[in-house]
Write a protein of this length. Sequence first.
Length: 301
Amino acid sequence: MAHFATRLQELSARTRRLPFSRDQMMMLMIAINELFLGIDTYLAHSESGTIVPREWIAILFGFTAGTLLLFAGLIALRNRPLASLIATLTLVASIGVGLLGSYFHLMRAAQPFAPAGERLTLELLVWAPPILGPAAFAMVGVLGISAAWIEEPPDSGTLTIWRDWHLHLPYSKTRAYFFIVGMGMVAALVSSVLDHARTGFAYPSVWFATAVGIFGMVAAVTMGAIDHPSRIDYYTYVGAMVLLLIAGPIGTWRHVQADLTAANVFVLERFLRGAPFLAPLLYANMGLLGLIVLLGNDEAY
């Protein structure tokens, strides 16, 4: 597992020393994700013109969690236990917010008083608020908790939670990262498919996004499942993550083009109610997180 990461570290040493460890880079990405989730949630809930009180939970939490995680990162060099505690509490709350949001969205999709067999249908899920949209908070929380706890010794699967408290995983932290990236891709893929189902998959680019999402998900899960990946496995995985990095901006550009008028005029209402221009960037986000996993597991900081 460490072979390819070692190669990457050797290449980095020839150019310049990375300013952060893998876990620090993960935590920075998680903080940025929380901030963007707050923005994305605000834009999504602005469609109705009125944001109800419970919808402010995710919006305010995104900004608050991002700020707290950045603060934890600043104090981590001097007081890692305190930083880990702050990060852990914040990220556990993020998981709770994600699950609660998914429940609210599911209740919006369901029709409890409809005849049997019509209370929750695929059509309702397609046109309802995205069920897995809030789950991004939960996915970010799980990934962040993994980064907040030190693995000692590296690749042992033993995480230090607090002083003498340890959690023993059945696999290494690196493999756990691969599985979590795969979980994130499942959420991104399902959300993409349900969103594009509204257009009937009429455009070839929509199928490209679906194929790339499946490839990225399978590649990440496979890397987590293999004890000793070969060089081809690593190259395939890197290729999948690079495709995700490419697909994200392309998707955003396509969504922006769809939201503009025929004369390329910006109308705020179209961006709020039309194709979600930030959603495709989740692919690029997962691709970047997937590449960070390969940076090695030296956590002695």
